[in-house]
Design a protein around this ligand. Structure first.
Ligand SMILES: *[C@@H]1O[C@H](CO)[C@@H](O)[C@H](O)[C@H]1NC(C)=O
Ligand SMILES: *[C@@H]1O[C@H](CO)[C@@H](O)[C@H](O)[C@H]1NC(C)=O
Ligand SMILES: *[C@@H]1O[C@H](CO)[C@@H](O)[C@H](O)[C@H]1NC(C)=O
Ligand SMILES: *[C@@H]1O[C@H](CO)[C@@H](O)[C@H](O)[C@H]1NC(C)=O
Length: 314
């Protein structure tokens, strides 16, 4: 028998499809309206002036995608100890965000065959349960905003040096970008032996913290803020708002930040690293992120224990 539908069946099917389509359309319409009501005040809050309507429409679509991601996270994510929000990056797609706001490339010549021992190795027993260098006067200056220059490594290194010299002088990351020759300036990279010519400090070199060892990292951070590289290429990292981040990031190092402490969350008992970022003080917890510490993987969450270094200062 030929597969032909009776006209009546056809009409019934069409009607059902029609009802379904109109419901879907109206739901989409309502959703869009609800999101427009979020997008407009968000634009005002973050001073967005899109150049034309086409751009606004494009940004709105991305904003909506990010909002869907957050809604899905809020509804479906289990065992997450952090929250997301429609933060300052909510109208950026992942790829453009990664390209613009991260910028760490693993140096081509790693410090292989180093002979100097890890200088804090002796202090294993003296490591405090928690430390927050922000509470030590002058050790951590205000959160900077790298804006759209992929020089997070410079902010990361400067953050660590500020902690080392501990006099509250805010060093300029631009100076580091300008003065260090063996990095890629604003396009990622890291300085191995550059000197920062500043009246306050001179970086004479870097000492690597033993890799893939969160205990060693803890010893280093107990002594001074430390510059670390992490994987920040995650939507949940971009939209992070608060709490102890335990998202599903990888370990490809894509961003550099400064570790300014560690501790245990009073909200849920999660152990965390305290990260100072360079995306302004209106991202995360006033510019900071708490990232889960002591995870099963030896690289640490987001690869935080893979490549850490603390500057030595003359
Ligand atoms: C939660 O997950 C289910 C299954 O993947 C999905 O159908 C649903 O849309 C999700 N909820 C939200 C609010 O996104
Ligand atoms: C959530 O955490 C509990 C307790 O740690 C664990 O038993 C459970 O397997 C976790 N669920 C998921 C989906 O990871
Ligand atoms: C490190 O030392 C090993 C053994 O001495 C040698 O084979 C290797 O080439 C060295 N690596 C570098 C980068 O110098
Ligand atoms: C640093 O500054 C000193 C004196 O201000 C100058 O003599 C020296 O050449 C500078 N070094 C670099 C690397 O710019």
């Amino acid at each position: 028998m030929a597969l032909s539908l009776q006209p009546k069946v056809c009409i019934a099917v069409l009607m059902i499809l029609g009802i379904w389509a109109s419901q879907t359309m109206s739901r989409l319409f309502i959703d869009e309206n609800a999101i427009t009501q979020k997008h407009e005040p968000w634009m005002a809050q973050h001073r967005r002036n899109y150049q034309d309507n086409a751009e606004k429409k494009r940004r709105f679509q991305i904003f909506m995608t990010n909002w869907e991601y957050i809604k899905n996270f809020n509804t479906n994510a289990t065992n997450k100890t952090y929250q997301l929000s429609l933060n300052k990056f909510a109208d950026l797609a992942d790829e453009e965000f990664f390209a613009t706001y991260t910028g760490y490339r693993v140096p081509s010549l790693p410090n292989a065959n180093k002979t100097t021992p890890f200088r804090y190795a002796e202090q294993a027993d003296d490591v405090p349960e928690s430390i927050d260098w922000r509470k030590i006067k002058g050790a951590v200056t205000s959160v900077k905003d790298q804006k759209q220059c992929g020089c997070c490594w410079a902010f990361s290194a400067v953050g660590a040096v500020e902690g080392k010299i501990c006099n509250g002088v805010s060093l300029s990351a631009q100076e580091l970008v300008d003065s260090v020759s063996d990095n890629d300036g604003c396009d990622g990279g890291i300085c191995q032996s550059g000197t920062l010519n500043n009246s306050a400090a001179q970086i004479s070199g870097y000492e690597d913290v033993p890799s893939n060892d969160e205990e060693a990292l803890k010893m280093a951070v107990a002594n001074q803020p430390v510059s670390v590289a992490i994987d920040a290429h995650e939507t949940s990292f971009k939209l992070y708002n608060s709490g102890v981040f335990n998202g599903d990031c990888g370990t490809q190092l894509t961003h550099a930040v400064t570790l300014v402490g560690y501790g245990t969350s009073t909200e849920d008992g999660s152990m965390y690293w305290l990260i100072k970022n360079s995306w302004g003080d209106n991202w995360g917890e006033n510019g900071y992120m708490r990232l889960q510490r002591d995870v099963y993987a030896k690289e640490g969450l987001c690869g935080i224990a893979r490549r850490a270094s603390d500057p030595t200062v003359d």
